[in-house]
Design a protein around this ligand. Structure first.
Ligand code: 8U8
Length: 597
């Protein structure tokens, strides 16, 4: 097989934003395991996971006197949940969903419609006050989730009034706040068609003006919910999105120019059903294929302003559930005190994607066009180039090995460091370690022993395929990479210009230490920090010292993310930790301030 990356042809923007996850219900935000999950998500470099879309956030609010001019709100739980997110550098993709104190039964009642509008205004004002105007302007606000299925209990007329109330409440707080929807579940559901009609030709319930909309969101998934591992098809997501676009072209051509998104593009409906492939490299490979396919089809062929492609995979659960980390508890099932999390390839994919730049160049694939994809990007500030290559077939959870030759054309001549990461059966696959290390008894089934847990964690990072090498690109601007190309696999190839290494890495930001019980005796200290933005940072040093002692290095596989978990015997009074970034030429940056845990 052969892939050619044409850096000598005109570039286009990397216009689809995938830095995204979601889950439900919002009350999980108050649980320790979700708070730890958010720490891991926020530690993906360069904001590689940024937005979290959560159902029922407004169930965290209670209120009195809602139908009056002086409502009394209790925001404390929502504050706690949003603080946990914002404190990790994450932002809500804020669904205005939930029914504070069970007040809202019918938005066709004018008192309720006005109360909702006021609630939305007050909410926006509160969080601009709490986090700053600019922070909240970086969020997105969206309607109730999937108002075309059971999540929404009222009729279409009530939904449009609710929509206008959200829109006006936000506008009153700050006209810059972005709002859209309707995040529907079915391709051409009656509710979606009613909604398109409302925003195209309807009138805002409050102002009589045309309704505003900043983006149109829908959900298209790759397969229905099933206990079986039916083939997951990113192609079907594209086909169904095109069906909607065709309908819009015929009935509402004006709306075709709206930013468009699929903010639940999961390979398969049914987050809680167990499909072991969700623990495997296969899942990361299908997610990558989905992104590349959307660029090839909806963006490049159809010219859609496709803005977001989001997986709803921020849940809490085991290997086979739709999560980015596998959670283990003492007895299995829900328990939020004694738990341990292990990263899955789906999370490492986000780390890998964070290596990419903001401009992409054409690629040519010679081989199976249904399973081979690539995205060639160049990095900002002339740091170099970053590409992803992936091999993903909708049915092949584990497949064959081919040879791949990647020809890269049009590089700026000079000296580069080449780094190659990969996600496949033997790279960054802690599930394999778990399978191999499982004892044959029921305790081990739920609870890996400390050695197995440590072994899984040593496999949980985005992993290098080879050590960094130095190469010279001549005046022809050409470079060829030969490698094996397993099915499934995802590869990230970085070419970093020598000049980038002249200065040492910057300091890491915001080192934080959380102390958790973990699964076993002793403590688990989760350190999280913000890695420097430069792609030249390939690892971090982590040290600790107990009172009066010397700094000691803690060993780990190379860490791209700003997260490291230290399992230790309990240390009365705690210990200090510090972290520094290290580049691919082993040059360290300055140590961070120490934190205590
Ligand atoms: C198609 C469909 C019918 C229905 O009655 O309910 C649905 C609920 C349907 C599709 C999706 C759905 O919920 C979304 O999908 C869930 C899932 O497990 O796939 C979750 O990921 C989402 O939070 C939810 O919005």
């Amino acid at each position: 097989m052969k892939i050619t990356l044409h850096y000598n042809k005109p570039a286009k923007p990397v216009s689809i934003d995938w830095r995204w996850t979601g889950f439900t219900p919002a009350k999980l935000l108050l649980c320790e395991d979700m708070k730890q999950t958010l720490r891991y998500l926020g530690a993906v470099p360069r904001g590689g996971v940024k937005y979290v879309r959560i159902h029922y956030l407004l169930e965290l609010v209670s209120a009195k006197n809602l139908g009056t001019d002086e409502p009394l709100y209790d925001w404390s739980k929502l504050d706690e949940g949003l603080d946990a997110m914002v404190g990790c550098g994450l932002a809500p993709f804020f669904e205005l969903m939930g029914d504070p104190s069970g007040y809202f039964s019918d938005y066709k009642e004018p008192v309720q419609a006005h109360a909702w509008r006021r609630l939305v205004r007050d909410l926006a004002l509160r969080y601009m006050e709490r986090y700053g105007r600019e922070e909240v302007e970086s969020w997105y606000f969206e309607t109730w989730n999937e108002p075309d299925v059971g999540w929404w209990k009222q009729d279409s007329e009530a939904f449009m009034i609710y929509y206008d109330a959200c829109s006006e409440g936000l506008r009153e707080a700050n006209p810059k706040l972005r709002f859209g929807g309707p995040g529907t579940a079915w391709t051409l559901s009656p509710r979606l068609l009613d909604f398109l009609k409302h925003i195209d030709t309807g009138r805002n319930y409050f102002t009589g003006e045309p309704p505003r909309i900043d983006f149109l969101s829908v959900h298209e998934k790759g397969a229905w919910d099933a206990d079986e591992d039916i083939p997951v098809s990113p192609e079907k997501m594209v086909t169904r999105a095109r069906r909607l676009r065709d309908y819009m072209r015929e009935h509402h051509p004006r709306l075709l120019d709206l930013p468009f998104m699929n903010n639940e593009c999961d390979p398969q409906v049914g987050w809680a059903q167990t499909h072991s492939w969700r623990a495997w490299p296969f899942y990361a490979a299908i997610m990558s294929k989905c992104i590349a396919l959307h660029f090839d089809t909806l963006v490049d062929e159809d010219g859609v302003d496709f803005t977001f492609l989001g997986n709803d995979n921020g849940f809490i659960g085991g290997w086979g559930q739709r999560t980015q980390l596998a959670r283990f508890t003492r007895k299995g099932g829900f328990e939020t005190e004694h738990f341990a999390l292990v990263k899955k390839p789906a999370l490492n994919l986000m780390t890998g994607l964070s290596l990419l730049g903001t401009e992409r160049f054409p690629v040519t694939v010679e081989g199976n066009r249904e399973s081979t994809f690539a995205l060639a990007t160049c990095l900002e500030a002339a740091e170099g180039y970053a590409a992803f290559l992936c091999r993903a077939d909708n049915r092949s959870r584990i497949g064959d090995l081919s040879d791949l030759s990647t020809a890269i054309e049009g590089l700026a001549p000079g000296e580069y460091t080449v780094v190659h990461y990969r996600i496949d059966e033997s790279h960054g696959n802690p599930y394999r370690t778990w399978e191999d290390g499982l004892p044959n008894d029921s305790v081990g089934k739920h609870r890996p022993d400390p050695a197995l847990l440590a072994a899984m964690r040593s496999e949980q990072e985005l992993t290098r395929w080879a050590e960094p090498t130095e190469v010279t690109v001549g005046l022809d601007g050409a470079f060829t990479l030969a490698m094996d190309f397993p099915l499934p696999s995802v590869h990230f190839v970085l070419l970093l210009r020598k000049e980038v290494f002249a200065a040492p890495p910057e300091a890491v930001g915001g080192l934080h230490a959380g102390n958790y019980h973990g699964l076993h005796d002793g403590e688990e200290i989760l350190l999280t920090w913000k890695p420097p933005a430069s792609r030249k940072v390939g690892d971090h040093d982590v040290e600790w010292r107990r009172d009066g002692g010397m700094w000691e290095a803690l060993s780990h596989p190379p860490l791209l993310d700003g997260s490291f978990l230290h399992a230790r015997a309990s240390v009365p009074g705690g210990a200090e930790y510090r972290v520094r970034a290290v580049d691919y030429r082993n040059k360290p940056g300055p140590w961070s301030e120490a934190v205590r845990a």
